[in-house]
Design a protein around this ligand. Structure first.
Ligand SMILES: [Mg+2]
Length: 236
């Protein structure tokens, strides 16, 4: 095994449940709306892609707070505020790491493996997540491939192929940790092995092709994946 590569959203942290959903709710409160998306409601809304579209769908279903004429501006303002609040949340360090992430990264650093984070989310958000949640010492070992560095988002394998080329990796000796079907397809499409850690909203997805599917990497008594398991995946 040569490299261990992490997706960001849903893998390093449960970003939809603990980050984006929380930021939407803070934005609603800041704008004086009597609205809070529960974990369950947000799960339904996630079937609609895009934050603005998600809010539109919610108000279409439950009623809009204002007249039709101002809706575009209303949604645009709300979404900008939400994006700022999401960045604040990451930069504050209040978004928790998923269990086992720091441990497995430390094992990989100790073993002298290459590491990377590959995400098609905004580079600024991924950078903040890595630097603040994992800390500068680990971040120094984790080159980030994110956002607009590639033209196509996952499930397109472009982001993993970019990491492969830039780090000089043999994909058959790389293990990727993903939480979604899109991410799994991107990793496999780049010829890499993939272990899935299911996140709050990906439990029902198809993980055919994953080497292992676990609820968490885990810590303490609940360790599900050690570096040795990743190495075994590569060797098989
Ligand atoms: Mg993900």
């Amino acid at each position: 095994m040569q490299a261990l590569i992490f997706d960001c959203d849903g893998v390093l942290a449960d970003t939809e449940r603990d980050g984006h959903r929380v930021a939407f709710n803070k934005a609603f409160t800041a704008k004086g709306l009597d609205l809070e998306w529960s974990v369950e409601r947000y799960g339904e809304l996630l079937k609609t892609a895009g934050g603005k579209e998600r809010m539109r769908r919610h108000f279409d279903e439950t009623g809009w707070p204002g007249p039709e004429a101002g809706r575009d501006t209303f949604i645009k303002d709300l979404h900008k505020l939400k994006t700022d609040l999401f960045m604040e949340l990451i930069e504050s360090g209040r978004l928790p790491l998923r269990s086992g992430v720091a441990r497995v990264i430390d094992e990989a650093i100790a073993a002298g493996l290459k590491l990377a984070v590959c995400s098609t989310s905004s580079e600024r958000a991924v950078q903040a997540a890595v630097n603040i949640m994992l800390g500068p010492e680990r971040a120094a070992y984790l080159p980030i491939f994110a956002g607009d560095m590639v033209p196509a988002k996952k499930p397109d394998p472009a982001i993993y192929k970019l990491a492969r080329d830039q780090l000089g990796l043999d994909p058959d000796r790389c293990v990727v940790i993903e939480d979604s079907n899109n991410g799994l397809r991107a990793a496999i499409g780049a010829g890499m092995h993939c272990i899935v850690t299911i996140s709050s909203y990906t439990g029902g997805e198809d993980f055919t092709g994953a080497e292992l599917v676990v609820p968490e990497l885990g810590d303490g008594d609940a360790i599900a994946i050690r570096l040795a398991d990743c190495q075994a995946v590569c060797a098989s």
